[in-house]
Design a protein around this ligand. Structure first.
Ligand SMILES: [Zn+2]
Length: 1003
């Protein structure tokens, strides 16, 4: 029961809805015909779909169907001399086109599934004529998608509304005056004078508005104006507000819909910019702009004009808003390289911001990568989603593994889709922990995730919030302007060292395993290709720059924060997998072509069955390789090739053993239980037992996993566990290898695991093929190793980080699943054990157990995720010392980047029989990338210090180096470097990435 005063206040606040209902007055219905199709049609093709004539309430499509709507009618006499608008809602997303086929304005259905706390998603008012003329014709074409902003089918694909209406501008202004005071009253102290005054003018104006004639409206506005115009005297905090739309490039809708979402969103922005002179908007992701450029060139030109006017901001430097947990270091650099080059070539602009508001956690390698790519500022809000600990800072210096820092701002409102009202501003002030230091905070407003962007309502509110007494003033300005204002040496911000781990969405390290596998595979294969093409270019073969750039950009596209993490619908993943397969074929084709070019010119005199062994890693490798049925032990040159002889008899390795219960080579002796699990791994080289006594390793466990693609429910460890059962096994020798093949079964799913030991190697490979038909199950394997360690070492981009093996604090406990790249290692002083992988990212390390997440099977948002066949390898690697002394870094590279073996065709003998293109003489240094420079024929070499040590190294090449420069990540010259007879001497700091440009003599 309301008391008297509550009832009065409730009446006052509800009255805004009454005012709103008077703004638009429908005066005539529009005629509606639609041409429907399954996929989008262009403007010239608009009448080629199936024609239907529609009345409101009639159905025109199913989810993701498309239609061109044709609305016709004429202004009736009631509209004469009035402001005329069209009210259009097709219960889907739509875009109005002009007579030349260009997008002019987006329309969004009011029934969109959207959290209303962030505002109303509807955009259904189309400006038509400021002074209506009787009989004026309406004839417009609208391109529609039968999906709402979030990829849902709203109201079953029916037409909602199509009308001509009068817009009463004075009521509209009155409404926003009334609205802003209503919402302000909700955040004010109820004992304040300000509150009392506001309630009084709202009450008085409500009582005046009986018939809504012009006189009443003017009177009510005058009364409200006193409080709407009341200002703060000397504010401590000012908000910078920037419009945005957060258009996910793919998520609950396919990529093809994103391109249309961009047209809708961006055309709406431009229309509103004409009506609201203070309005500034920003959008990220060059990929999105490229799509707009290709599909809607005139719209793109209009955007370019607004960028030039400084009304439209280019947000962030990455090609897409990428995931940054899983892409490798080179991918992250390429995100900036291609992203910033696009801004430069298309707009003549650079940006110093990284814009990742929605990405699921941030690697500790990022600050350095940002810095070498000319990026100083980082904007996000995702850490507000932490499920356990509240992240303590909003403005802070974020320090990466190498000590680089970037100024970071987490949106204090904890959303990037603010409704831009007093409630939002008040939340910013409440939350902003650095308000004691900084007098600025950033607010991002506009409907987003599926695009849409700001509506007129956001801009009407901001007009009234420039300095409204009771909440901090708000200024519309670019986000980068905001960063420049808070980037002051005299301000003492807190510092956060290490990764920005998101305590949520840990399932994304594993969901949609094939996306992850293909991404890793392409990262590896592009690396090999670029090195090979760089070498080949010096022999006069063409470097396939354009194709490599194209493929890289598409790989970067699928690193978007809902694709690589696996959190999109089935269609998105299916389409990306098809494209990955095509790209893999293209990269393989280019690589084989270059190998053919080179190998056809290599000398191999004196050898009977010569093969070329290509090694892309920056160290020599002695390894066994197989070609057909033949094995050979080869010595491969660093980053180059060597001719080796095949077909020679190899030793018998009689002392090696392969039975169903025992595998033994010169390095390891592995004992198995009857159920297939491992009970002992004896490291013969280092004389220790790797598995803790009495425990079982490599048990293939099935956990109940009721999470979705994002989240693993933490209680999964408390639920009953099931196991794959060993059906049969066989053991055999294959050249230098001993192999145990195990066949496991569970329900309709099967696993074939080949456990392989190879002569000379301490690596035990688990080559795994899974035929997976489970739902809501998670497949994991664990290794309870006999190591006592407080921390695990996890491979990340250009380095590694430590994570706890315990749950001492809530911050430790929250890391119940962690992301690592090629290895996780736990070591004590004299020995350790690593678990390597060739395409997995989800691990759990607790006490002495390293546990790898192999597969999940969520059903949302991607239906039937992860069903079918999967292949992957993980490897147990016991070693002496810690992961550095034990050679874990190299072992993990070697697993991921196997040697390439190629038979030599007819030999011209022009090229040397071995080449070490590049090498470094310090084991701590890894050459990650060798590529041709984007703008010249020079060669870019990217190397890094991989252990956390200061060191000196000599980078040398067997090809004469004429000149060398230190460059940044974007390949801009920093300084010339001396080239000495021995090579280039480099002093490298812990974890430092060095980019070097070499001018090499052509052979
Ligand atoms: Zn997103």
């Amino acid at each position: 029961m309301f008391n008297f005063f509550e009832e009065r206040d409730h009446k006052i606040l509800s009255f805004k809805d009454t005012i709103q209902s008077k703004i638009f007055e429908p005066i005539s219905d529009l005629e509606v015909e639609a041409y429907t199709s399954k996929e989008p049609l262009s403007y010239p093709e608009r009448t080629t779909g199936d024609r239907v004539v529609l009345q409101p309430g009639e159905k025109w499509g199913d989810l993701f169907d498309c239609a061109w709507f044709h609305f016709t009618g004429s202004v009736p006499s009631e509209g004469c001399a009035e402001k005329i608008v069209l009210l259009i809602d097709v219960n889907g997303e739509a875009c109005v086109f002009d007579d030349e086929g260009n997008p002019v304005r987006g329309l969004t259905n009011g029934s969109s599934i959207y959290e209303r706390i962030h505002g109303e998603p509807a955009k259904k008012v189309l400006q038509f004529n400021d002074c209506g003329k009787e009989g004026q014709k309406v004839d417009i074409w609208v391109d529609a998608g039968c999906n709402d902003l979030i990829g849902e089918l709203s109201k079953d694909g029916t037409l909602e509304q199509a009308q001509i209406a009068v817009c009463h501008e004075n009521i509209r202004s009155l409404y926003y005056d009334y609205w802003i005071l209503c919402e302000l009253s909700c955040v004010l102290d109820k004992n304040s004078a300000r509150y009392s005054r506001i309630m009084k003018v709202l009450f008085d104006s409500m009582n005046i508005l009986q018939t809504f004639n012009d006189e009443e409206i003017d009177k009510a506005r005058q009364i409200l104006a006193v409080e709407v115009n009341r200002k703060n005297a000397d504010p401590c905090l000012t908000l910078s507000a920037a419009g945005n739309a957060h258009i996910d490039l793919a998520w609950l809708w396919p990529i093809r819909e994103t391109i249309r979402k961009a047209a809708r969103t961006f055309s709406t922005v431009l229309e509103l910019m004409d009506r609201y002179p203070d309005y500034v908007f920003g959008s990220s992701q060059p990929q999105l702009y490229l799509w707009v450029k290709e599909a809607y060139p005139k719209l793109y030109d209009r955007i370019k004009a607004k960028v030039a006017e400084k009304r439209w901001e280019l947000h962030g430097g990455m090609w897409v808003e990428s995931d940054v947990n899983m892409p490798n270091g080179e991918s992250l650099i390429r995100q900036f390289l291609y992203g910033k080059r696009f801004w430069q070539s298309e707009f003549g602009m650079d940006t110093e911001m990284l814009w990742l508001p929605d990405t699921f956690g941030y690697s500790a390698a990022l600050p350095q990568i940002m810095k070498i790519c000319g990026v100083r500022y980082f904007m996000t809000q995702k850490l507000a989603w932490n499920s356990v600990n509240k992240f303590p800072h909003y403005t802070f210096d974020w320090e990466g593994i190498d000590g680089s820092t970037v100024l970071t701002h987490i949106l204090p409102e904890e959303t990037y889709i603010s409704h831009a009202g007093p409630r939002a501003i008040s939340k910013v002030e409440d939350n902003y922990a650095q308000k004691n230091v900084s007098d600025r905070a950033l607010l991002l407003y506009g409907i987003g995730d599926g695009g849409g962007g700001p509506g007129a309502e956001h801009l009407e509110r901001l007009e009234r919030l420039k300095n409204l007494q009771g909440v901090p003033p708000v200024k519309q300005e670019f986000s980068e302007e905001f960063f420049k204002k808070i980037d002051r040496d005299d301000l003492d911000y807190p510092r956060w060292r290490g990764e920005l781990y998101l305590e949520k969405h840990q399932g994304t390290y594993t969901s949609q395993a094939k996306n992850k596998k293909y991404n890793r595979f392409l990262e590896v294969k592009l690396r090999d290709l670029e090195l090979l093409a760089s070498i080949a270019s010096l022999y006069g073969f063409e470097y396939p720059q354009q194709k490599i750039d194209e493929i890289w950009k598409e790989v970067l596209l699928y690193q978007f924060h809902d694709v690589l993490p696996g959190s999109s619908i089935k269609r998105v993943h299916d389409e990306s997998l098809q494209r990955y397969e095509i790209m893999i074929d293209e990269v393989e084709g280019l690589t084989q072509g270059l190998l053919q070019d080179i190998s056809g010119n290599i000398g191999a005199s004196g050898t009977e069955n010569p093969v070329m062994v290509f090694n892309s890693l920056s160290w020599e490798r002695d390894e066994w390789v197989k070609l057909g049925q033949d094995w050979a032990n080869v010595n491969a040159s660093a980053m180059g090739w060597k001719i080796e002889e095949f077909g020679k008899k190899i030793p018998e390795f009689a002392e090696f053993k392969a039975t169903q219960l025992l595998l033994e080579n010169d390095a390891l002796k592995v004992e198995f239980s009857q159920d297939g699990s491992i009970k002992s791994v004896w490291d013969k080289f280092n004389e220790f037992e790797a598995i803790r006594k009495g425990e079982k390793a490599n048990v293939l466990k099935l956990y109940t996993d009721n999470g979705d693609a994002w989240d693993i429910q933490t209680e999964y460890r408390c639920l009953p566990v099931e196991y794959f059962k060993l059906e049969n096994s066989k053991a055999y020798k294959d050249g230098p290898c001993v192999v145990l093949e195990q066949n496991y079964v569970y329900n309709k799913s099967r696993i074939l695991q080949k456990i392989i030991l190879t002569q000379g190697s301490s690596r035990m490979d688990f080559e795994t093929t899974v035929d997976w038909h489970e739902k809501h199950k998670m497949l994991r394997s664990e290794f309870p190793v006999d190591i006592l360690a407080e921390q695990a070492t996890c491979d990340i981009q250009f380095g590694s980080i430590k994570r706890p093996t315990h749950k001492n604090t809530s911050w430790d406990e929250a890391k119940f699943e962690i992301c690592a790249h090629k290895y996780v290692d736990i070591s004590q002083n004299e020995r350790g054990v690593a678990l390597l992988n060739d395409c997995k990212y989800g691990y759990r390390v607790f006490d002495n157990i390293i546990d790898i997440n192999l597969l999940r099977s969520p059903d949302f948002p991607g239906k039937d995720a992860d069903q079918g066949r999967h292949t992957f390898v993980y490897s147990l690697y016991p070693h002496k010392g810690d992961h550095i002394e034990g050679g874990v870094i190299r072992a993990s590279y070697e697993l991921n980047m196997p040697l390439t073996v190629k038979s030599l065709p007819d030999k011209k003998q022009d090229l040397a029989s071995s080449l070490s293109f590049l090498t470094v003489d310090n084991e701590n240094i890894v050459i990650e990338t060798v590529k041709k420079a984007q703008d010249s024929n020079d060669i870019i070499v990217r190397l890094y210090e991989a252990t956390g040590s200061n060191c000196r190294t000599v980078l040398s090449s067997e090809m004469p180096v004429k000149d060398a420069w230190l460059v940044d990540g974007l390949e801009n010259d920093l300084q010339k470097i001396d080239v000495q007879a021995s090579g280039i001497v480099l002093d490298v700091k812990p974890w430092e990435i060095k980019n070097i440009k070499l001018n090499l003599t052509k052979v």
